[in-house]
Design a protein around this ligand. Structure first.
Ligand code: ATP
Ligand code: MG
Length: 271
């Protein structure tokens, strides 16, 4: 894996402390906003090419799990990073508060069905991690229940890895000040107001408890095989560039191959 991707990687070898990660970091970026945006364009194209190879190979899949505080940029990331990609090979699943039907099953039931199949890239906009985040902070289940979920998550992600799905978990790390600015922008812009919900403020009021829950979730489930990436996300141009680096680094390591062509194609002439 390329060296610059390692700066965001958490693989369980040492604990991450979110407080020590600079959310405004521009570490490793090729330049400022203008230069980095320009350097991001070819990466978007490269992602399309790699996805094409993954699709042609039809053997393995890639799952990007996106987690962030509200206004952390999950939607913007998906829009930007996957613009160039063939929609046939990408599937986005968004996980909201579970329905009664979903709650009648184990917490991974609704998640497992959305895992990408061979050849696909899957994107989770929120995920099974909500079950150790909001569920923990809002005390929706007793502590032993959410504590037990870390092991279930590790085993579930190992199962996916065994079945050919590479899981890339990304935490878009924004500061509380940045969230305030983005909320304010939502309130001040008529086209963005629909994104704001007064309930978001209740979650914001518990900022520190959410950060603690995120930190524990990351440290409990980051492994060499299924690592987390903590991406400084106050600067959107840095965030997009970083995530493309992570996805491309992962896909290049996977190195999907075009299948062998049929024999004798050299002799075929179309008339
Ligand atoms: P936006 O950033 O655009 O607001 P969103 O992902 O926050 O998008 P919402 O519909 O606003 O979408 O919120 C979905 C809500 O569902 C979040 O508050 C999230 O924490 C909650 N949620 C997701 N999974 C679970 C779960 N397993 N249990 C309880 N709540 C959950
Ligand atoms: Mg929301």
């Amino acid at each position: 894996m390329a060296e610059h991707v390692k700066r965001w990687r958490v693989d369980g070898s040492k604990a991450v402390h979110l407080h020590d990660v600079d959310t405004r970091s521009r570490d490793g970026a090729p330049g400022g906003k203008h230069h980095t945006r320009a350097a991001t364009e070819p990466l978007v194209e490269r992602l399309a090419e790699m996805q094409n190879r993954l699709w042609a190979e039809q053997q393995r899949s890639l799952l990007l799990v996106l987690q962030a505080m509200d206004a952390g940029g999950k939607d913007g990331t998906i829009r930007k990073v996957f613009t160039g990609v063939n929609p046939q090979g990408v599937r986005v699943a968004s996980f909201k508060a579970p329905t009664t039907h979903e709650l009648a099953h184990d917490f991974l039931w609704r998640i497992h069905r959305e895992v990408p199949g061979r050849g696909e890239i899957g994107v989770f906009n929120r995920s099974h991690y909500e079950d150790v985040l909001i569920v923990r902070v809002e005390e929706l289940v007793p502590e032993p229940v959410w504590q037990g979920r870390y092991a279930h998550i590790r085993h579930f992600e190992d199962l996916l890895a065994d079945a050919g799905t590479t899981v890339v978990k990304v935490f878009l790390h924004i500061s509380k000040d940045e969230q305030a600015e983005r909320f304010q922008a939502r309130l001040d812009t008529p086209e963005k107001r629909w994104k704001f919900s007064a309930a978001d403020l209740d979650v914001r009021a518990k900022w520190d408890r959410y950060q603690e829950a995120y930190e524990d979730a990351i440290n409990e489930t980051a492994t060499e095989r299924n690592p987390w990436y903590v991406v400084p996300a106050d600067r959107k141009w840095y965030r997009d560039w970083a995530i493309l680096q992570i996805l491309l680094g992962t896909l290049e390591d996977m190195d999907p191959q075009y299948p062998d062509e049929e024999e004798g194609l050299d002799q075929v002439v179309i008339d």
